[in-house]
Design a protein around this ligand. Structure first.
Ligand code: ADP
Ligand code: MG
Ligand code: MG
Length: 640
């Protein structure tokens, strides 16, 4: 979540009363910031990954795995290291929602050189080892999207009872004790309480159980009339999941808007591709991904706003949770694909327009600003709108969407950035590095060849839902643009495909499998990896870097073709084939223990699972970039 501002949180009543104030000043702050920074140009490509990890404690006697609530202790040590040597550290560590979670990023963002791909995986490995060195012998740091028994009895260490009837509890959950929420900063419990209070009841996350031959229906705790639903009742079930995110710096605001738009249709594709979380609260479910879970876990809308009851005074219908896929494109090319009705505050929109913000950006910001503040600190209430941006950030940073458009921080060397947020976590650094490099390369290809992936937002939304279904990566088809290279910019000897001829009335998009999207369709669609290959042909790539990239792309291609499994499919198989599994969809303590043990062994390279990695995790990466190699990826950035 980035560095957090300290202070004392206001009560929900106070926060609610001040929401219009936060919105009004947040908009002024954005207008000022925009005019100060809109002409900023010539920033180079920089980018970085964020990986969230869970801390797990293994009980070897009882064959039990629990999440270890020691993140704060570990973070204190890591952050001390950073304070002592802010320039020198190779990693940065930040708190996350769970008291068992930590988030790690590279010490400095990577730059435009292709050779940086040689150190991504090594840096991920370094981070894992750095944390491992601070753990007890029975603890491990694991890159796992969702702890399968999160919310089951005694899933934490130390163990705590839940206190659903205690009015001072933040979550009041039947399953997720407040002690599992990160205690080192008030933000997390405050958000939990305020989201619940704004909604007027606890959040309700509903997943369909995976029905096996002995599955007990009704599922324990299922809501009335929905017997096959696994019900989760706390923010922690979503925000307590881990993910992989990427941030890119663009050369200027226009390039950032283009990247934001062009990466949007890839969000559901990459969600399905990285799917890694089929089990929740000890049950196998019909879902392979965390997305809908986390979306519902912070859904602060009232029943009226959700369309379930009549609207009350001052309310309006709101179609999505504040954690969801984006609702509008930002570039002029994207405008005609903005086909979902966008809710925004007219007054704020008009103020932005008066402040000389163009229509597309104004409606984007005004749409984010339909939300109330759900966390406000007393020290931050009164601000100087010329210099501060906290009120803007307050609303911006609690709109958790598939993409985030990030303006430069005031008085910094950082430029306009976009964040790519859909991906789930893979078990190995090799896989995570492959995904990171693949997406970074895609951005270069998009910008260099001026590719166009745009499809209507409504189709992206449909894809988001398909992406989360069981085995979607192999089984589903996704809306995708047929001709991504309008002006035939891709020049390569191997470039023999011809896009299907398109008549005026025909749709620009069709349904494709992930295999077709990534590997291509004979004669009609080039495929994302072949496009990257032809881009790389035009670059002068040294042998080491070439070798690194090829290994990653091979993994991507094989998973897309179905030859290799997604992490979610692998987890399912492990559960279903376990000797303790009784055909009842239940992930028992023993199954959970063995699964996490195996995950740990895979991550640490002690066992290799060919159906996940193919040729095995034999990648070769360097700790330092050969300084002689400085070929810039951003050759065709619009400011160069
Ligand atoms: P968040 O908004 O998710 O908290 P941060 O602002 O903390 O994200 O940024 C985190 C990510 O951005 C890291 O991966 C980091 O390496 C990367 N990053 C930092 N500086 C830059 C930059 N100038 N350009 C692009 N990415 C950057
Ligand atoms: Mg995070
Ligand atoms: Mg982030």
């Amino acid at each position: 979540m980035g560095l957090l501002s300290e202070g004392s949180p206001l009560s929900w009543e106070e926060t609610k009363k001040l929401s219009p104030h936060v919105r009004k000043h947040g908009i002024e702050q954005f207008i000022n910031l925009y005019h100060r920074l809109k002409d900023r140009k010539g920033d180079v490509l920089k980018w970085g990954d964020e990986i969230e990890y869970i801390l797990v404690k293994f009980d070897e006697q009882k064959k039990k795995a629990q999440v270890s609530l020691r993140a704060q202790e570990i973070l204190n040590i890591l952050n001390q290291k950073e304070q002592n040597d802010p320039e020198g550290v190779k990693s940065l560590w930040r708190p996350e929602y769970g008291a068992y979670m930590i988030e790690g990023t590279p010490g400095k963002p990577y730059g435009g050189s292709l050779a940086h791909f040689n150190v991504v995986e090594a840096n991920m490995r370094y981070r894992r080892q750095e944390v491992s060195a601070l753990l007890h012998p029975d603890e491990s740091v694991i890159s796992f999207t969702n702890f399968p028994r999160l919310g089951c009895d005694k899933f934490t260490y130390p163990e705590y009872d839940t206190t659903p009837d205690d009015e001072s509890s933040a979550a009041r959950s039947l399953y997720f004790p407040d002690e599992a929420i990160y205690p080192g900063h008030p933000r997390f419990k405050t958000l939990t309480r305020n989201i619940r209070m704004r909604r007027g009841e606890k959040v309700a996350i509903k997943l369909q159980v995976f029905k096996d031959k002995n599955t007990k229906i009704p599922v324990d705790g299922s809501p009335l009339g929905e017997p096959s639903t696994v019900l989760l009742d706390a923010m922690g079930f979503g925000m307590g999941c881990c993910c992989l995110q990427l941030t890119f710096q663009a050369c200027c605001i226009e390039e950032a808007r283009t990247l934001y738009d062009q990466l949007t249709p890839l969000c559901p594709i990459m969600l399905a591709f990285t799917a890694a979380s089929p089990a929740y609260r000890g049950y196998l479910t019909e879902s392979d991904c965390r997305w809908n879970v986390i979306s519902a876990s912070v859904d602060c809308r009232t029943s009226g706003e959700r369309g379930e009851t009549a609207l009350k005074g001052g309310e309006r219908r709101i179609y999505k949770s504040r954690y969801d896929s984006i609702d509008s494109y930002l570039s002029s090319e994207g405008e005609k694909y903005n086909d979902v009705s966008l809710i925004y505050d007219e007054t704020l929109y008009n103020r932005l327009r008066e402040g000389n913000i163009d229509h597309l950006l104004a409606q984007h910001i005004a749409h984010l600003f339909i939300r109330d503040s759900v966390s406000l600190f007393s020290e931050k209430v009164n601000q100087n709108d010329e210099e501060d941006t906290d009120h803007f950030e307050n609303i911006q940073s609690t709109n958790w969407q598939t993409m985030r458009f990030k303006p430069p921080p005031i008085n910094s060397s950082i430029g306009w950035r976009v964040e790519f947020r859909p991906c789930e976590l893979q078990l190995t650094d090799f896989e995570n590095a492959a995904i990171v490099c693949f997406v970074v390369l895609l951005t270069r290809v998009i910008l260099s060849y001026k590719l166009n992936f745009l499809i209507p937002i409504s189709k992206v939304d449909e894809n988001m839902q398909k992406a989360q279904k069981r085995d979607a990566c192999r089984a589903e088809k996704f809306w995708f643009r047929k001709n991504v290279d309008n002006s035939s910019n891709v020049k390569s000897e191997q470039n023999t495909f011809e896009y299907a001829k398109q008549s005026e009335t025909e749709e620009e998009y069709e349904e494709m499998t992930i295999d077709e999207i990534i590997n291509g369709k004979p004669k009609t669609f080039p495929g994302l990896v072949p496009l990257i290959h032809s881009y790389l042909q035009s670059m002068d790539v040294d042998a080491d870097t070439h070798c690194t990239i090829q290994q990653y792309l091979r993994l991507i291609q094989k998973r897309a073709s179905g030859e290799l499994l997604t992490t979610a499919t692998w987890i399912r198989k492990e559960i279903l084939n376990h000797s303790d599994y009784k055909g009842d969809s239940v992930v028992t303590e023993l199954i959970n223990y063995d699964l996490l043990k195996k995950a740990k062994d895979i991550q640490e390279g002690r066992i290799v699972v060919p159906e996940l990695l193919g040729f095995g995790n034999n990648s070769k990466t360097k700790d330092d970039i050969p300084s002689a190699i400085e070929k810039y990826l951003s050759v065709n950035g619009c400011c160069n």
